[in-house]
Design a protein around this ligand. Structure first.
Ligand code: COA
Length: 248
């Protein structure tokens, strides 16, 4: 089975991360597949709503740490990551997310680009960027302080304090918290409700709510420059080695 499953059911395109043995940690190939699915879904006339989902027990454990190690040696962040982030920021169709279990790093920051997020009671959102010697990505350094103010953004993005599903709902990242078994169905119900609305009205309204994507894309690129520098740092190297060599 591919690591990213893309299915079209009438107006709804579902993009499911499917690498459960690695908690859906994202490889370069997975970023590329997700980016292509969003770009094509955004352009495809029949599609009215896109849904991003993970697997039971894990939404996404963030970037694959082995890829971070490779990137730190090559000095490149990897074009597929940026392609994915740009696709999210420039997507013209509403994005719904269904989140169960761990949402780490980009697993959390991709949610900031979604329009409707359903989270399971067991969902845990965590962005341990500074602990890994890294910096925030996906324009989270812009969006999160706007959502929750600097102090709470600092504890989330710098101190890496996890958000429970309920705290994420209070912060405005999550719309609704439901039992894990109901997450996919509730997200699909939301996607169907969005898809039933007049699409041009939705598109125009969404544009007004989100503003121009250019500011978001600029921040994504600025963060990526800083991120590349940090990937090479001794702090990051030590953190990656600690994760990969941890005893369990
Ligand atoms: N990159 C590479 N492999 C990862 C990974 C990642 N980001 N996250 C998890 N995995 C792998 C583990 O190494 C393990 O592989 P193995 O079975 O071959 O040893 C497998 O996925 C299961 O992970 P495990 O840690 O045993 O599951 P858990 O339920 O105890 O914990 C997480 C889940 C997500 C909390 C934990 O794996 C984690 O913290 N991962 C790293 C997250 C991270 O720092 N991401 C980068 C953010 S910028």
């Amino acid at each position: 089975m591919p690591d990213i499953l893309v299915t079209d059911d009438g107006p709804i395109r579902t993009i499911r991360m499917n690498r459960p043995d690695k908690k859906n940690a994202l490889t370069q190939a997975m970023y590329d597949a997700m980016a292509a699915a969003i770009e094509q879904g955004s352009a495809r006339a029949e599609t009215r709503c896109l849904m991003i989902a993970g697997s039971a027990g894990a939404f996404c454990a963030g970037n694959d740490i082995n890829d971070f190690v490779a990137a730190s040696q090559s000095g490149e962040l990897g074009a597929p990551v940026l392609r994915f982030l740009h696709a999210l920021a420039r997507c013209e169709k509403p994005l719904v997310a269904a989140v169960q279990g761990a949402a780490v790093g980009i697993g959390t920051t991709m949610l900031l680009h979604c329009d409707y997020v359903v989270a399971a009671m067991d969902a845990k959102l965590v962005t341990p960027f500074a602990a890994l010697g890294l910096v925030p990505e996906a324009a989270s350094s812009l969006i999160v302080p706007r959502l929750m103010g600097h102090a709470r953004a600092f504890s989330m993005l710098v101190m890496g304090e996890p958000l429970t599903a309920e705290a994420a709902r209070e912060a405005g990242i999550v719309n609704v918290v439901v039992p894990a078994a109901e997450v996919d169905a509730r997200a699909l119900t939301a996607a169907k409700a969005i898809a039933a609305l007049p699409p041009e009205g939705v598109k125009a309204s969404r544009r007004l709510l989100r503003g121009t994507p250019d500011e978001i894309v600029q921040r994504i690129d600025a963060e990526a420059d800083a991120f590349k520098q940090r990937l090479r740092s001794p702090e990051a190297q030590a953190a990656f080695a600690a994760f990969l060599n941890r005893k369990r």
